[in-house]
Design a protein around this ligand. Structure first.
Ligand SMILES: [Fe+2]
Length: 327
């Protein structure tokens, strides 16, 4: 891409969902590995075990995905965006940790917030990966490996995937404003991507393989919007132990455990009570801005290197399954 973006964002910060029953969602998210950061009558802030004061924001209302936040490198960057047509003036955020934001509607109508200055706190617990005795690099001598049963340790909100009508056009919009660059494209034919994995341009500093995946909405029945939300957990034991915890709670599994091909993450996907897909992942690829984009044919085969095949339901919102669903 040759257009110089207005700013280059550093990361994603949090998504915003709307659900009819905040109590039910809070319990589900606790099973997923989050804890309440703050609860008001009409909004719930949930945090992980990392330094962010919240990693998920849930509003009361009809079930919907309404938008998400990107993290700007500086307050000056917010001012640059706010001076751009379509963006709102910079205003205070009213969530835990404060901070400021400007907002804009993206081409599919989602509210994109660009935030800065949200105060980080102390981690909620131990975020260290467990020492492993693998290959020739034994890390654990004279100590036993003991995995405490319970929910995953969530480090941070890691990425999201959006279903859009034209991934190339939507990425062009995001690149021009926020500097997102392609990591890998899956092509129906040369120059016709049906999915583009995009990352933040942090120069020489490594970034997650993808912060946003733009997927063609033909696989979601032509419906644009959320494909899935994803949080990074501390290590592989968090993926599997977290899975067992969710299963023990009777939650609805979607896909996993496996290791992705593009991005390489070890992943596991679950559906919330309103059918939105929430992912745990760990051990993803880290690329700096110099890594060229990869091009792959849609015929490349499995999207995982190991693990079960992707279910046909993946990437689209499935209406509530649980008997306790609100009408
Ligand atoms: Fe993902």
């Amino acid at each position: 891409m040759t257009i110089e973006p207005i700013v280059k964002v550093r990361d994603v910060a949090y998504p915003r969902l709307q659900v009819p029953d905040l109590d039910q969602m809070e319990v589900w998210l606790m099973d997923f590995g989050m804890v309440r950061a703050e609860r008001r009558a009409d909004v719930l802030y949930m945090r992980g075990a990392g330094t962010a004061p919240y990693v998920h924001v849930i509003h009361a209302g009809p079930a919907a995905f309404t938008g998400f936040a990107l993290e700007a490198a500086s307050r000056d960057d917010l001012d640059l965006l706010a001076a751009t047509p379509g963006f709102t003036p910079v205003e205070d955020l009213d969530g835990p940790g404060g901070g400021v934001r400007t907002t804009v509607r993206d081409p599919v109508g989602l509210l994109v917030e660009v935030v800065h200055g949200i105060a980080q706190g102390a981690p909620r617990g131990n975020l260290d990966p467990r020492p492993l005795n693998m290959g020739e690099a034994f890390q654990r001598i004279g100590a036993a490996q003991r995995i405490k049963a319970g929910p995953s340790r969530i480090k941070r909100f890691g990425h999201l995937a959006l279903n859009v009508p034209d991934p190339m056009a939507v990425l062009a919009w995001y690149h021009a404003r926020f500097g997102l660059i392609a990591s890998d494209r899956v092509n129906l034919a040369p120059g016709m991507p049906v999915a583009i994995f995009t990352r933040c341009d942090k120069g020489a500093e490594p970034a997650d393989h993808h912060s946003i995946l733009f997927a063609n909405n033909m696989s979601s029945g032509g419906v644009s919007g959320l494909n899935h939300l994803s949080w990074e957990v501390c290590d592989i034991d968090d993926v599997q132990a977290g899975r067992e915890h969710l299963a023990a709670k009777g939650r609805t599994h979607e896909w996993g455990v496996g290791r992705h091909l593009l991005g390489s993450q070890v992943f596991d996907y679950w559906r919330d009570p309103w059918g939105q897909i929430h992912e745990h992942w760990t051990d993803g690829d880290q690329f700096n801005a110099s890594m060229p984009a990869g091009d792959h044919s849609i015929d490349m085969g499995a999207v995982s290197q190991w693990g079960p095949n992707m279910p046909s339901s993946f990437g689209r919102t499935i209406p509530p399954q649980t008997p306790s669903r609100p009408a």
